[in-house]
Design a protein. Structure first.
Lengths: 783, 295
């Protein structure tokens, strides 16, 4: 039975290692006894183990490393002429007598290294010979390792500037030439590897091949380490030659890796000065090469370089880095028809990042990038690739993050056009990003134009988009979004009333299209924004009266009236009612009686017609009472009408305790604690008495219904009202009346059916303490 | 027994010494070291004949011959002398005690080199004969070797050739010379113009072709003296593979062309490509090997 592949390989590797160890043993013996002949014989036999074709690159590497270690020992022996008695020149010939090429070349490289060190021949001659002779090994794997060995032993012996092996003029060129040639040959071998063996194992082979890439890339690293490779040489020789090889090899794996290698190993400054050449190669690469990653890395590097020091920025301008990059990206996208949208957009994101870092002052560049992206996006159907969408979001977020200022983004004409290409969900996400940016930076949007653009950007949040699937909406997300919009409205502000009014009108125009679900969130912000303007106008009153002035409180109130009406149609009566009252209060402060009356009317109508829920009614009536109490603009007639209505509604509440509380609250409507406020003690008393009656009735009802009377809380509350008005000097409230009420409470408490309640007891106790205290103080409370 | 042995013992001991025997370069003639000469040299020395104790040698004359012989192995023992020089050393008479004869062959023409091949041998020998009427003549041989040196050829073109199998393999190869001396190095290149077969490796072989006899009796023997791997793995179109082969490690002789109509020794470079199915594709080119005077 056959062994499976992996086991086979293990076996072969073990055999290979054993072969190396066996021959190495005899080689060591020969070295110890200074026997050159034997040393050569056994080292050649040892190296013959590397002739195997049975091992995967990984295993072969293992074998190679073992041979490599042994060769180090051999090299030390070769160095010592005293031991073997043969000059290095003769040795160089002697090792070439070996019949098998692979051992021969390994030995030749080893002696070559010694030869260079001996300086008996110029380093360049030896290197040239070695790199040329290595052509004999055309087997990809064996050739790669052999040349890798050559690169390894020659690394410290290149005739570089400042090196001890530097010869006459221009030897750096020889060093470069040597490395370039070795690189070219290695890459050829590496590329060729994919064609080895049966087609069905291609995937595995490519994986193995990828493991070997650093052997090739190492050469580029060596090149970058050569002192003598200055910008000039890099530009004239190194880069063109490397790129030529990269382009000509027509292999995607290699092209991708090597482009990345070039970008990573050579200095930023070189890249900047050779951008055109480097970028020129990109469209010539295979269509399957992941150029976007390559270019992205390049731009990242350049961006970091630009960020590293302000001194280098002029260089970027001088070489027109942006134009070149932009141009190159355009060409790559054009050349690679099959590139998925995500690829193209990623490229634009990188370019944008680059632009923002290098040319933060050039908004036109940013807009250009966005424009190019729009062009690309228009050529493809609606994005459905989530990765592509993500990239678009990144593209749009980048300027916001950079400038920390949405206003800048609003001047980018292509910005909204890019957003149009997002799907609804992402569009919303992006809109949220924009709003959050505004919030975070406290950016004030102060012109109508910008507000228009902004609303265009976030329109996904403002209204339902066509074809949006409503079922998908997450209630919580929706709330978050709308709250964000509401917050945003407050950021739209201009000190100039006229402009501010325009802003408000614009906001209204947009928000009113939002539909019943959105209005409750957005309208309050809008209303309060308008009210703020009113207050502002009110503050500078005097200068701005007259019809020709566009922004008058009156006009704004008209606007508000419509807004609230729209809101009540939604319907959202409770909110509309609250806002009406707010407006009424503002109108009051502006001394506009009719307007205030109108808002109250609106509030009452809402109360009557729309608010049916008893709890809501209680809240509403208390709001109405509270607001009405503060009104001072009304004439007697209007006021009477309104207070009458309010008390009437109070008495008609459903639950007795609610009735009671509303009625005693109404008492305040007749007693405004202002200098010229209304002070109608009689009607106050009437209200309180009525409240007391209702409280009694409530108690009795409780007795009948549940067999026990409720707590005395209501009475204590009324007692507090009595005390309040008493202290305020209402003549109608007498000490006797208070005393009577206290007795009444005590009787109620002693009633066997009374339910003991700690809260109301405590309330009563503290009220009593208060009376006691005031009595001791004397004064008005002193009886 | 001793008596018996004594009866068949040669009657005398003959020794040949060369006049410059101590200083002359020696060359390993397979098993024994023998003196080395080249054409046009004087070959001189002494021959001493020493009868065994108390014996006298009665002879019809003593002579020394210088022979150049070709021996075919299929005709072993039958020598063909292409050179034969004789010096009479002594008139008939008796030798009682050790007697020494100086001899000299001056500026001897020895056009051919000593050669030890598979089927043929060319040798030079000094033959001393003490002729006797009875008991047979007493003969002693002394081998010596001849090597002839050539100057570097004035015309030495490179060998350049394009060969191939249609739509399969097309190569062009080049060897830097057509004539190499024994310690020379072959430099060259192989260009692959078209490769459609899966080549496993490529070797350069040095082959010696020894042909003996003539006409219908010609016998050819080919030996591969060197097998030198030039390339490992399969090249692609456009590759060029270097050749550098040092000849010194191999036991080559100069090329011999039609030596006395008896034999020829020729050398060939054989370029062999082996594919993955172990099929061999080869092209053989003759090269001339000559002996260059050591400087």
């Amino acid at each position: 039975m056959m062994l499976n592949g992996a086991e086979d390989e293990e076996k072969w590797l073990a055999e290979g290692i054993a072969g190396i160890q066996h021959n190495a043993f005899y080689m060591h013996r020969a070295l110890d006894s200074n026997n050159l002949r034997e040393a050569l014989k056994y080292s050649a036999q040892m190296l013959s183990e590397l002739r195997t074709s049975k091992l995967s690159p990984h295993k072969y590497y293992d074998l190679y490393m073992r041979a490599f270690d042994e060769l180090r020992k051999l090299e030390i022996f070769f160095k010592d002429e005293g031991k073997h008695g043969v000059s290095v020149v003769d040795l160089y010939e002697l090792v070439q007598h070996a019949g098998n090429i692979l051992p021969r070349l390994y030995l030749l490289c080893t002696v070559g290294s010694v030869y260079i060190k001996s300086k008996e021949a110029p380093a360049k001659e030896v290197l040239k010979d070695l790199v040329e002779m290595c052509r004999g090994v055309q087997h990809p794997l064996r050739g790669l390792f052999l040349r890798s060995y050559l690169a390894q032993v020659s690394r410290d012996k290149l005739p570089d500037i400042g090196s001890e092996y530097e010869g006459d003029a221009d030897t750096v060129m020889d060093a470069v030439e040597f490395v370039l040639q070795n690189f070219t040959e290695m890459n050829k071998l590496w590329v060729r590897m994919q064609h080895q063996g049966p087609g069905r194992l291609r995937e595995k082979r490519e994986k193995e091949r990828n493991e070997l890439r650093d052997l090739v890339g190492k050469n580029l690293h060596v090149l970058s380490q050569i002192e003598g490779v200055d910008l000039e040489m890099y530009k004239e020789t190194v880069l063109p030659r490397v790129l030529e090889q990269v382009v000509n090899c027509k292999d995607d794996l290699s092209q991708y890796y090597l482009m990345d290698c070039i970008i990573q190993v050579f200095p930023d400054e070189y890249h900047l000065q050779t951008l055109e050449t480097l970028l020129g190669a990109c469209p010539q690469l295979q269509p399957t090469v992941d150029i976007k990653t390559v270019l992205s890395r390049l731009m990242d590097r350049l961006s970091n370089y630009a960020a590293s020091s302000a001194d280098v920025l002029p260089e970027f301008l001088q070489v027109e880095a942006f134009a070149k990059l932009s141009n190159a990206i355009g060409k790559v996208i054009e050349a690679q028809v099959d590139m998925p949208a995500v690829g193209a957009i990623t490229l634009y994101v990188s370019l944008l990042t680059f632009t923002l870092r290098v040319h933060p002052d050039r908004l036109d560049y940013v807009d250009l990038v966005l424009g190019a992206c729009v062009k690309k996006l228009s050529s493809i159907p609606k994005l459905d690739d989530s990765r592509a969408t993500k990239q678009v979001v990144a593209l749009l977020s980048a300027p916001l993050e950079k400038y920390n200022d949405i206003v800048t983004a609003l001047t980018l004409s292509n910005y909204p056009r890019v957003m149009d290409h997002l799907d609804n969900g992402t569009n919303k996400v992006m809109a949220m990003v924009i709003i959050q940016s505004i919030m975070k930076n406290n950016t004030c949007i102060s012109t109508v134009d910008k507000v228009e653009v902004l609303f265009e950007l976030i329109k996904g949040l403002i209204k339902d988009t066509d074809g949006a699937d409503v079922d998908e909406l997450d209630e919580e997300d929706f709330k978050d979004e709308q709250n964000a919009v509401a917050r945003l409205i407050h950021m739209l502000y201009n000190n100039e009333p006229e402009e501010m009014l325009k802003i408000i009108c614009t906001v209204r125009k947009h928000t009113m299209a939002g539909g019943p679900k959105r209005l409750p969130f957005t309208v309050p912000s809008l209303v309060f924004s308008a009210l703020r303007l009113i207050r502002q106008l009110q503050g500078q009153e005097g200068d701005i009266v007259g019809e020709e002035v566009p922004a008058t409180p009156k006009k704004i109130f008209q606007l508000l009236n419509q807004i609230i009406e729209d809101l009540s149609n939604v319907p959202s009566p409770e909110l509309a009612l609250r806002l009406s009252l707010q407006c009424a209060e503002a109108a009051n402060d502006c001394d506009l009686e009719h307007v205030a009356y109108e808002f109250f009317t609106q509030a009452f109508v809402l109360y009557e017609e729309e608010i049916a829920d008893s709890k809501a009614q209680v809240t509403a009536i208390h709001l109405i009472i509270g607001t009405l109490q503060r009104m001072n603009v009304f004439g007697v007639e209007n006021r009477d009408t309104l207070t009458h209505k309010a008390t009437g509604y109070s008495a008609r509440l459903l639950k007795k305790p609610d009735q009671c509380r509303a009625v005693y609250a109404c008492s305040h409507l007749f007693w405004v604690d202002d200098q010229d406020g209304i002070k109608d003690g009689e009607r106050v008393l009437l209200c309180l008495k009525r409240a007391l009656r209702i409280a009694n009735a409530a108690q009795q009802m409780a007795n009948v219904a549940r067999g026990s009377s409720g707590p005395v809380t209501l009475f204590v509350e009324i007692l507090n009202k009595y005390l309040y008005f008493f202290e305020k000097g209402n003549q109608q409230i007498t000490g006797a009346a208070i005393q009577g009420l206290i007795e009444l409470i005590n009787t109620e408490k002693q009633n066997d059916s009374a339910t003991p309640d700690s809260a109301s007891d405590a309330f009563l106790a503290s009220t009593m303490r208060y009376i006691q205290f005031q009595r001791q103080k004397g004064g008005i409370m002193g009886r | 027994m001793n008596f018996l042995i004594g009866a068949f013992k040669p009657a005398c001991n003959i020794s040949i010494t060369f006049s410059d025997g101590k200083s002359r370069k020696q060359e390993n003639g397979q098993t024994v070291m023998v003196p080395l000469f080249q054409s046009q040299e004087n070959i001189a020395g002494k021959i001493s004949i020493e009868p065994f104790q108390g014996k006298k040698i009665e002879h019809n004359g003593v002579k020394v011959e210088l022979l150049g012989q070709i021996e075919m192995y299929f005709d072993r023992g039958n020598f063909y002398d292409f050179t034969s020089l004789v010096r009479e050393l002594d008139v008939p008479g008796d030798i009682y005690e050790r007697k020494t004869y100086p001899f000299e062959f001056s500026t001897v023409e020895m056009p051919y080199e000593t050669y030890n091949g598979v089927n043929v041998r060319l040798r030079y020998v000094l033959k001393v004969t003490v002729s006797r009427n009875y008991g047979g003549s007493i003969v002693e041989y002394q081998d010596f070797m001849v090597r002839n040196y050539s100057p570097a050829p004035s015309i030495n073109n490179s060998i350049k050739m394009e060969v191939g199998i249609e739509d399969c393999l097309h190569i062009e190869f080049e060897y830097n010379k057509s004539k190499y001396h024994l310690k020379d190095v072959i430099i060259g290149k192989i260009y692959f113009l078209l490769v459609r077969i899966k080549i496993k490796n490529m070797d350069l072989e040095i082959r010696r072709r020894e042909s003996t006899g003539s006409g219908a009796n010609t016998h050819v023997e080919t030996e591969t003296l060197a097998k030198f791997e030039l390339m490992d793995g399969a090249p692609v179109r456009g590759e060029s593979i270097p050749i550098r082969l040092f000849l010194s490690p191999y036991e080559l002789t100069p090329t011999h062309r039609n030596i006395n109509n008896k034999f020829s020794v020729k050398y060939y470079l054989n370029l062999v490509l082996v594919d993955e199915e172990d099929r061999r594709y080869f092209k053989q080119q003759e090269i001339t090997i000559y002996r260059l005077q050591d400087s």
